[in-house]
Ligand binder design. Sequence first.
Ligand SMILES: Cc1ncc(C[n+]2csc(CCOP(=O)(O)OP(=O)(O)O)c2C)c(N)n1
Ligand SMILES: [Mg+2]
Length: 376
Amino acid sequence: MPFRAADPATTPIRLLEPNGVLVENEDNAEFHAIVDSFDTTMLLSMHRDMVRTRRFDHAAANLQRQGQLGLWVPSHGQEAAQVGSAHALRPQDHLFPSYREHAVALVRGVEPLEIIGVFRGLAHGGWNPDERGNVHIYTLVIGSQTLHAAGYATGQQLDGAVGTGDPARDECTVVYFGDGATSQGDVSEAMVFARSSDAPLVFFLQNNRWAISVPVAVQSPTPLVDRPRGFGIPSARIDGNDVLVSYAATRIAAEAARAGSGPRFIEADTYRIGAHTSSDDPTRYRGDDELEAWVRRDPILRFEAFLRSRGVGDAEFAAIDAEADELAHEVRAGTPALVDPPLEAMFDHVYRDPHPRIDEQRAWLQQYEASFGASS
Ligand SMILES: Cc1ncc(C[n+]2csc(CCOP(=O)(O)OP(=O)(O)O)c2C)c(N)n1
Ligand SMILES: [Mg+2]
C-alpha cells in the first residue's frame, strides 16, 4: 500500500502521574536521571512559581473585569509547562514568548506590573529584555516570534556562542507558541531556517488544544510532534501538566542546542482552563466534560501531591500561599496607580536611530495636541 495514514497520537512522556506519583519507564529514563538529583529547595521553588503565577493570573483577570485592563490573556492550566521549561534554562539563554507566558516572564524576573502595563495599554513592549532575564517582549501576531527567535539563534551561532563547551558561554534560544500558531507559515519557515543553519533553537509548543474556538484536531489531524520531524528536527511529546518532565525535556533540548546539535522541538500536551482571553466565552464552543477532565489533571495539585509524598508539609505550602497573596495584593494596589506614559513615547524605539518620518509624525502630533489649547 503506497499510501498510508499517519500514526495515531503517541502517549506523552511523563514523570508524574496525575495523582502525583513518580513513575519510571522506558520512555522517561533519560528524564528521570535529571530530576532524581533535585533537592526539596529546588522542587519548592518550582511549586512557588506555579502558585505565584496562578494567583497573579487570577488577580489580573479580576482587574480586567473591573475595567482596569483592556484585555487579559489567562495562563491558568499551563503553569507546569512554562515553569519547568523556564527553570531549565541558563541566565544567558534567550526566550521569545507569545502572550500567555506569564510564568516564563515571572520566573526570569519580569515585574508583574510590567506585564500588567502591556494589557493596560501603557506600553508597546513593557520591559527591556536585557534587564529582564533575556525575556523578549510579548507578541500578539501569531507565530511571528518563531522567526524572530530563529534569527536570534542564528546570531548566537554566528557570534560563536554555540558549541564551545564552556557552560558560561554557550547559549540557546527558546521560543514559545501555541497549537494554532503551527498553522502559520512563519512557524514552518522558522523550522526551515533553524534546521538549515543548525541554529541553537528550542521550539516549545504548548498544545492547549484550542486556538480560540478551533480545536487542534481541525488544524492538524496528525500529532503535531510529527511535524518538525518532517523538517529534520528531533521532537518529543511530553505531558505539559507535569513540571518535572517539562524541566527535564527542556534541559536536554537546550543542552543539545547549545552544544551545536541544532534545533529541538518539544510539544507540551496541556489545556487552556480559562477563556482564550477576557473577550472570549468558551461555553459557546466547548463542553463541560472536557474541561472537567482537565481540571482533574491540574498541574499544581499534581505537584503538591508529589511534594507531600516527599515530606513537604502544610507550613511550607502556607508560606508559599501567603507570598502569592502578597503578590496579588501588590498587583491590585499597583495597577490603578500606574502612570500613563507621555503620548510621544509611542514614537520611541520604532527605529534605533532618529528617523525623518518619525520626527515628522511626532511634530504633527505635538501640533495637533497644541491645537486644543493649554489644558487646565
Ligand atoms: C497572524 C495572526 N492571525 C490571527 C490572529 C488572531 N488570533 C489571536 S489568538 C489566535 C489563536 C492562537 O491559538 P494558539 O496558537 O493555539 O495559542 P493559544 O492562544 O491557544 O495560546 C488567533 C487566531 C493573530 N493574533 N495573529
Ligand atoms: Mg492553543
